[in-house]
Design a protein around this ligand. Structure first.
Ligand SMILES: N[C@@H](CCC(=O)N[C@@H](CS)C(=O)NCC(=O)O)C(=O)O
Length: 210
């Protein structure tokens, strides 16, 4: 086996990194990528990660020539073009835009949850802005309701960019916002998630509980 030619800046709890890890599992590309763990937050950057990636967010993928790809959507598409199996992003037609839009909705849910985490966990208590946290929760609530009402059949049809994004967003809600209890208002989504959670790619990338 040859040495990995790419490096993924990584944390096991990031839902955006997890999308890339799930893709690597699903497409048989794990051995092409070395993982470099980083422990960052908006106020605790990592100088190595910032090189070629000024926003300093993960995931970022350093290629063999030293150039860096970000963010998770770009990395996902790059790696999806590098395997011979079924594409995880439809290459053309209306399916492409529909699936990417559901993937974007999933990212929006994950992003609102990550921002809530920063506000409630990192920010000093006396500086917290409750109305802002409430607004993020509303984004999550509306996003989950939309998935339940309009996208279950689509999610069940293929485990692709849309389904991977939604599964990683739901996994992050379970990790960081278990009090949300999203399953009671979204029973169809909950059943879909229970089913796909059995996939080896999701089992192998489950975020640590601590
Ligand atoms: N849109 C980005 C979001 C990435 C993101 O927010 N990552 C978080 C970790 S889950 C991060 O790096 N936060 C550090 C920061 O905001 O400085 C993507 O899809 O990759």
């Amino acid at each position: 086996m040859s040495a990995p030619s790419m490096t993924l800046f990584y944390s096991p709890s990031s839902p955006f990194v997890r999308k890339i890890m799930v893709l690597l599992h699903e497409t048989g590309q794990l051995d092409r990528v070395a993982l470099q763990s980083v422990n960052i937050s908006p106020t605790q950057p990592d100088p190595t990660l910032n090189q070629g990636n000024p926003a300093g967010k993960i995931p970022a993928l350093r290629l063999a020539d030293g150039s860096v790809l970000h963010d998770s959507r770009v990395i996902f598409e790059y790696l999806d073009l590098q395997h011979v199996g079924n594409p995880l992003i439809p290459r053309e037609g209306s399916a492409r835009w529909q699936r990417l839009t559901v993937a974007s909705l999933a990212d929006a849910i994950a992003e609102a949850a990550v921002l809530t985490r920063y506000e409630t966990f990192l920010r000093p208590a006396e500086k917290r802005w409750d109305a802002w946290v409430d607004a993020q929760q509303e984004k999550i609530r509306r996003g989950l309701a939309q998935l339940e009402q309009a996208h279950i059949a689509e999610l069940s049809a293929a485990f692709d960019v849309a389904a991977i994004g939604v599964a990683c967003a739901l996994g992050y809600l379970d990790l960081r916002m278990p009090q949300l209890g999203w399953r009671s208002a979204q029973p169809k989504l909950a059943a879909w998630y229970a089913d796909v959670s059995q996939r080896p790619s999701l089992q192998a990338t489950e975020p640590p509980k601590a």
